[in-house]
Each structure stands twice: as structure tokens, then as C-alpha cells.
Design a protein around this ligand. Structure first.
Ligand SMILES: *Cc1c(COP(=O)(O)O)cnc(C)c1O
Ligand code: SF4
Length: 417
């Protein structure tokens, strides 16, 4: 960033320091005093920060702080970074672990909820603590970095479960660990032959883009196929720096998928999401999920209705590139997992006809074929495979005469077995 784009407090920092991720980490704003010194907020904001900062950790990188417009009460960067008095409002529906990630955890740091993929948390440290974080119960609470004992247990678990073909490395922020430790993680996973793909979920391309260095890329490339999941929430976060980080990742052969959290006051508007997603495509980032905000503690002010999310998808699908349309998902409280929620495009149907409407509201009759039984389904090998791999309603459709009986709260564990 040219110095001229910097706020006064940072105007004199030499470019070499500013562009060094270690400098950025060493100079994070972690106290109310830091924020006051750099951003000069109003007394009201200061009081709010003081009231909640003991409860939920504060940290902002200088790079991200520099994007904040303190003059605007509606700055989307500010809302994500600066603690606010409303975090003290704990509402009845708030939960510490709304997704029950801990329940589905066979060993510490590993969540195995879906049949063929796991979530592996390798650190609870982030460079910035997002005010809307769903894992607030974990991140930053102890600043527990990489724990070799738990990590080895997780690796053993994955090695002993051949059905796991996809490992999502998350945290905290997994790119907060050193290249050396990250390489150890990647190497350990690649030593397991049934792990087909690795995903790294990191917000650093957005809040600390300097972390994406040539040496990081060079190291990670050795362990392909690796996918990156990142977390842009607003077009203001697409800067020359974050664009460069994504370009380096894309050039390194890492497909980048974005997971936006739908946040009231930040991006709860069709125009804002459309602008964000179109701009993301220009830096080769594909919008993947739009998340309904979870029921974590102290973030109810960020939640909006499911209806708002549907309205956003309605405004995207058909109106702009399909590549710019993410799947809107709600991660069900209680460990129910992700459920996609969409506008209704099918109006009604019979045996031989479906009535569909398009994004413009035009209604069309689609004639079903006269025969639709699957030809490939007559292959006994295929039949076997279908019986083995399906559970839930997908199994009801695949098998004749099956009744689905959920077992009390043990459902997930049984599905996995
Ligand atoms: C989101 C999530 C995944 C990955 O889900 P995809 O739909 O495959 O991206 C895996 N495990 C857990 C626990 C998750 O929350
Ligand atoms: S980067 Fe992710 S894990 Fe870290 S504070 Fe933000 S939302 Fe939470």
C-alpha cells in the first residue's frame, strides 16, 4: 500500500515493515488503549470496548485497522473489528458451541460430522478476532497454538478411518503457524494415502495478506491438491494487497473458495453481496457459501432473517454470472450440520409435468420423460455402492421400502460407522 493511503498513525511506517507480516503481527491492536491511539474513536465507542473487551478477545492487524473509517458508524470493516457494547447483550438463544462441534469430536481438535471429511483445528490463534466469530468459545481464549500430542492423535484417527478423503484444516487461523509447522501438518496428511484433498480455511488473505509469501506458496505447492477457503465479507476488503495475495495463491494452483457470513449492518443487502461476489471473481476467488450467522454468544446483533438470505440469492441467480452465486446455508444449531436454503423455483409438479419459474418470474411447464428408471441402476455393483454410501433421505430414494428412523441424538455417530 502506498503510504499516502495510510491513516495518520501509520503514515511514517516504512513500506518494508508495513509489508512484513511479522511486523503486522507484532503491532496488532490488542488493547482498548491501542485502538484509541491509532483510531481515535469517540468516547461512546471507547466505553463500549471497555465494557466487552474482557469477555471476548480483541486483536486487529494494522493493515485491517487502516481500512476502518472511524467517521462512519456503518463502516463494514469497523463492525467486524471493533468491539461494541451490543456484544454484552446475551440473548436466550445464544449458545457457547451452537454447532456442537465438540460433541462430534473424537479427539481434541478434530470434528468428524460428515461421512467422508473432517475438520482439523491446528491452532486457536487468529491475527484478528472477528467480532462475529462462530468459534468464539475457542479462538483466542487461551492462545493455544499447535499442540503436537493432540495433532498426532488426530493424524492417527484420520489414518485409521479410510473413509476420510477430505481434510479441512482450520482453527483459529491455520496460516498463523510457521511454515515449518504447517509443512509438518501437510506432510503428515499427505502420508495418508486415502486423504485425497486438503483444504486450508484462512482469513489471512483478507486481514493479513502479507502472510501469503513466495516461500509459503513454494512450500504448500509440494502438497497439492490443496484448496483454499477464505472469508471476504465486503467489497472494501478487496484491496491491492488482498488481491495480490489471492493472485499468488491462484497462480500457485490453489483454487480459492470464499465463505461469506451474512451479517446485519455489514452485508445484509443484495447489492452489497452482488458487488462483493462479482469483484471476487476478478481476483479468481469463487463465492462458495453464504452462511447464516450462527447462534454464538454475544453476536445476536449480527443476525438477520433467513428470508434476507433468500432475498439475496433471489437477486443473484439469473441476474448475474452463476459463478457469483454462492449456496446459502444455515448450520443448524445442535450439530445438525449445514442445510442449503433457496428460493423456490418449482411451483408444482405431477407425474409427467413440472411447473417452474425463472428468475424473471416467467412460468414454464417442463414435460417429464415417459420413462425415467435409471439404466445404470441395473448394474449390481452400482446398486451395492448406492446402498452402502447413502444415508438419510438420499437412502430413502435409493432403496425400495425403507423407513428412516432417527435415533435419539446418536444419529451422526451411527451414520459414520
Ligand atoms: C462445513 C463443514 C465441513 C465441510 O463442508 P462442505 O460442505 O464439504 O464444504 C466439514 N466438517 C464440518 C464439521 C463442517 O462444519
Ligand atoms: S478468522 Fe475465523 S476463526 Fe478467526 S476470529 Fe475470524 S471468524 Fe473466527
Amino acid at each position: 500500500m502506498p503510504k499516502s493511503n495510510r491513516i495518520t498513525a501509520y503514515a511514517d511506517i516504512p513500506a518494508k515493515a508495513w509489508n512484513d507480516w511479522k511486523w503486522q503481527l507484532d503491532n496488532r491492536l490488542t488493547t482498548v488503549e491501542d485502538v484509541v491511539r491509532v483510531l481515535n474513536p469517540s468516547q461512546q465507542v471507547i466505553d463500549g470496548m471497555k465494557a466487552v473487551s474482557a469477555q471476548f478477545k480483541l486483536s486487529i492487524t494494522p493493515y485491517y485497522a487502516n481500512l476502518i473509517d472511524m467517521q462512519s458508524a456503518h463502516c463494514p470493516i469497523r463492525a467486524q473489528a471493533i468491539p461494541s457494547i451490543v456484544e454484552a447483550d446475551i440473548v436466550e438463544s445464544d449458545m457457547l458451541d451452537p454447532l456442537e462441534e465438540d460433541r462430534d469430536s473424537p479427539v481434541p481438535g478434530l470434528t468428524h460430522r460428515y461421512p467422508d471429511r473432517v475438520l482439523l483445528l491446528i491452532t486457536d490463534v487468529c491475527s484478528m478476532y472477528c467480532r462475529h466469530c462462530t468459534r468464539r468459545r475457542l479462538v483466542g481464549q487461551e492462545d493455544r497454538t499447535f499442540d503436537p500430542t493432540f495433532f498426532q492423535q488426530a493424524i492417527d484417527y484420520i489414518a485409521n478411518h479410510p473413509e476420510i478423503r477430505d481434510v479441512i484444516i482450520s482453527g483459529g487461523d491455520p496460516l498463523m503457524v510457521s511454515n515449518k509447522k504447517l509443512e509438518h501438518v501437510l506432510k503428515s496428511l499427505r502420508a495418508i494415502s486415502h486423504v485425497e484433498i486438503i483444504r486450508i480455511g484462512s482469513r489471512l488473505p483478507v486481514v493479513l495478506p502479507m502472510r501469503i509469501t513466495p516461500s509459503l506458496i513454494k512450500m504448500m505447492r509440494k502438497y497439492h491438491p490443496i484448496y483454499i477457503s477464505t472469508h471476504f465479507n465486503h467489497v472494501k476488503e478487496i484491496t491491492p494487497e488482498s488481491a495480490k495475495a489471492c493472485t499468488m495463491l491462484a497462480d500457485g494452483g490453489f483454487p480459492i473458495n470464499n465463505q461469506t457470513v451474512l451479517l446485519r449492518g455489514v452485508n445484509d443487502c443484495p447489492h452489497v453481496i452482488k458487488q462483493l461476489n462479482q469483484k471476487l471473481l476478478t481476483i479468481r476467488v469463487r463465492p462458495y457459501y453464504l452462511y447464516q450467522c450462527d447462534l454464538s454468544k454475544g453476536i445476536s446483533h449480527f443476525r438477520t432473517s433467513l428470508g434476507r438470505g433468500i432475498q439475496i440469492i433471489e437477486a443473484l441467480r439469473g441476474h448475474t454470472s452463476g459463478l457469483a452465486v454462492p449456496t446459502f446455508v444455515v448450520d443448524l444449531p445442535g450439530g445438525g450440520g449445514k442445510v442449503p436454503v433457496m428460493p423456490n423455483y418449482m411451483i408444482t409438479r405431477s407425474d409427467d409435468k413440472a411447473v417452474l419459474r425463472n428468475y424473471e418470474g416467467a412460468i414454464t411447464v417442463y414435460q417429464e420423460p415417459h420413462r425415467w428408471e435409471s439404466i445404470c441402476g441395473h448394474d449390481p455393483a452400482c446398486e451395492q455402492q448406492r446402498y452402502k454410501s447413502k444415508s438419510g433421505p438420499a437412502m430413502l430414494l435409493a432403496r425400495p421400502h425403507t423407513i428412516l428412523e432417527p435415533q435419539k441424538r446418536k444419529l451422526n455417530a451411527d451414520e459414520k460407522g
